[in-house]
Design a protein around this ligand. Structure first.
Ligand code: UDP
Length: 324
């Protein structure tokens, strides 16, 4: 199969590209390297067996001609290109909204033109400020005021979901939407704020671990290879067409306990520093206190759900960052 991955040089996109290449697919990547990196895929370009079926375009998904060409060539499209990380959204609010909204519109327009099946990567951010668990796809959505720019990410991704669903309803385009919950693993960088690589890097340098707020907020982390398996299974399932799916891991943990766990696992002498949100992100920020996925829908359609323990995920990330 010929596969187009937008954002294929990113953290999740590169793991997806690797998996598809291993499966014997022909893989086309388009990435503007805004948060992606050639370091994530260079090793794949060096594999002799992949030489004639791995093609990388460093370009923007807003490039009409290139997107016409690539979407025309490929059988299916995974749309992963997006502004990622709370830090990026707060630092570059306008750019992030344009990338997320116009970029997805462009991808959907192209997929519709050639009637290509498309998977849209959305995010658990879409749920907003819930306290209950688990979050399921039919839950209401709760955001803070528009003065709190963090919610612009959630709102832009929610608009992507609506646009994709509208293409499905009105044009019968085959779309699948996935809400990814805190995906982590090797190749993820802490540069855009993501908590696990940041804490591991701090712990390995014996620097203070920067816990934002009081650390009682919780997250559930998903191992990147599990997330990729879920995406591929959903892409292959007719039953998934026109539907939204949570893709998330199994262990809820508070950020304070996460910091302690990483200190213990790395044998670090780091201390824990509690940093008020306002100091970390400025006044435009509000955190999500809790985020736990319900994955019943994913399981019922694919027979699969992420199952890697947090200890396994952390040991993989620690090993990766140590060797880097
Ligand atoms: N966080 C933290 N210290 C850091 C980076 C993040 O305490 O150095 C917290 C952040 O405030 C959030 C959680 O860790 O409550 C997860 O943050 P991340 O940016 O990885 O993902 P999010 O769930 O916010 O999208």
């Amino acid at each position: 199969m010929r596969i187009l991955i937008t954002g294929g040089a990113g953290f999740i996109g590169s793991h997806l590209a690797e998996n598809c290449l291993k499966n014997g697919d022909e893989v086309y990547v388009i990435d503007d390297l805004s948060t992606g990196s050639m370091d994530n895929i260079r090793f794949l370009q060096k594999v002799p067996e992949y030489k004639d079926r791995f093609f990388v375009h460093i370009n923007t998904i807003l490039n009409n001609d290139l997107m016409l060409e690539l979407t025309g060539i490929c059988d299916v499209v995974y749309h992963l290109a997006a502004a990622v990380g709370v830090q990026t959204i707060l630092e570059k609010p306008l750019e992030s909204i344009v990338t997320n909204i116009q970029g997805t519109e462009k991808v959907l327009e192209m997929c519709n033109k050639f009637k290509k099946r498309v998977l849209i990567a959305s995010t658990s951010e879409v749920y907003g400020k819930h306290m209950h668990a688990p979050l399921v796809e039919t839950d209401n959505i709760i955001y803070g005021p528009s003065s709190k720019f963090r919610w612009s990410y959630a709102a832009s991704k929610l608009m992507d979901e609506f646009t994709a669903l509208a293409y499905h309803r009105t044009k019968h385009l085959k779309v699948v939407i996935t809400r990814l919950f805190n995906t982590v693993g090797p190749r993820q960088t802490g540069a855009y704020g993501m908590v696990i690589p940041r804490f591991v890097e701090q712990a390995l340098k014996n620097e203070p671990i920067t816990v934002f707020g009081d650390g009682t907020q919780t997250r559930t982390f998903t191992y990147v290879k599990d997330a990729v398996t879920a995406l591929i299974k959903l892409m292959g399932s007719n039953q998934a067409t026109g539907e939204v799916f949570n893709v998330g891991g199994i262990e809820e943990i508070s950020i304070l306990d996460l910091a302690k766990r990483i200190i213990e696992m790395t044998g670090s002498s780091s201390t824990i520093e509690l940093i008020p949100y306002e100091k970390a992100f400025g006044k435009d920020f509000e955190d999500m206190q809790r985020r736990v996925p319900g994955v019943g829908k994913l399981e019922s359609v694919t027979g699969f759900s992420p199952d890697k323990s947090l200890s396994f995920i952390l040991s993989e990330v620690i090993g990766y960052i140590k060797n880097k």
